[in-house]
Design a protein around this ligand. Structure first.
Ligand SMILES: Cc1cc2nc3c(=O)[nH]c(=O)nc-3n(C[C@H](O)[C@H](O)[C@H](O)COP(=O)(O)O)c2cc1C
Length: 192
């Protein structure tokens, strides 16, 4: 798949086919792409936890919010929970540069998962301390970002900025998840 096609396809997913799970080996292959990605000062301070077993996945489901801007009816049902989680961890104190590593790693995982036919949801809305306790993280590591992964069970479409000017995602009348993106003209502010 060409890179732009992959990036366009790799949309956030919040409703998954709940009966399709991912193995630790599959998750490791995605994390391998994160491991090889750019890192500020090449410090590589991030570490990863894979969550595949049913009990821990179920517990994680209760610690994250997928689709905070959606109504409860628009969110996943119990049959549409993620097939796995990857938890990105790092030291408590991370400066701006180190924090950028988290986003770069997350997108590498997102693209690798998409290429393999899966979708992800990057999740900042996670009860971080509770997740750390659940996973048994070593004291020196904190939860930075969680990725839910699985086979998509929803239709997603990129759309233009909403008529009211807002960029918040929404479900249309056909239950299609719409994600407004700014135009290239709006993105590039200067050509010198
Ligand atoms: C750092 C970060 C944190 C995010 N946290 C959440 C979250 O807690 N819950 C959620 O449902 N989506 C979360 N998202 C997903 C965004 O809502 C999503 O990227 C946005 O709606 C655009 O959709 P797209 O990824 O398909 O382009 C997060 C994305 C990023 C980059």
């Amino acid at each position: 798949m060409a890179l732009k096609e992959l990036i366009t396809k790799a949309r956030t997913c919040r409703r998954f086919k709940g009966d399709i799970t991912l193995s630790a080996e599959t998750l490791a292959s995605f994390i391998d792409c994160a491991r090889l990605s750019a890192s500020a000062r090449n410090a590589q301070c991030l570490r990863y936890v894979t969550v595949t077993d049913a009990e821990t996945r179920a517990a994680m489901n209760g610690l994250v919010v997928l689709g905070g801007a959606l109504t409860p009816e628009q969110r996943a049902t119990d049959a549409q929970r993620p097939g796995a989680y990857i938890v990105i961890c790092g030291p408590d104190k991370m400066d701006d540069f180190a924090t950028m590593d988290v986003g770069i790693a997350a997108q590498s995982i997102n693209l690798a998962a998409c290429e393999a036919g899966f979708r992800t949801c990057m999740i900042g809305a996670v009860k971080k301390d509770e997740a750390a306790a659940l996973l048994g993280l070593p004291e020196e590591l904190k939860v930075k970002l969680v990725l839910a992964l699985g086979a998509s069970d929803e239709e997603v479409r990129l759309v233009e900025r909403r008529e009211d000017g807002k960029l918040i995602y929404y479900r249309d009348a056909n239950d299609v998840h719409c994600v407004p993106k700014i135009t290239l003209e709006e993105a590039i502010i200067l050509n010198k």
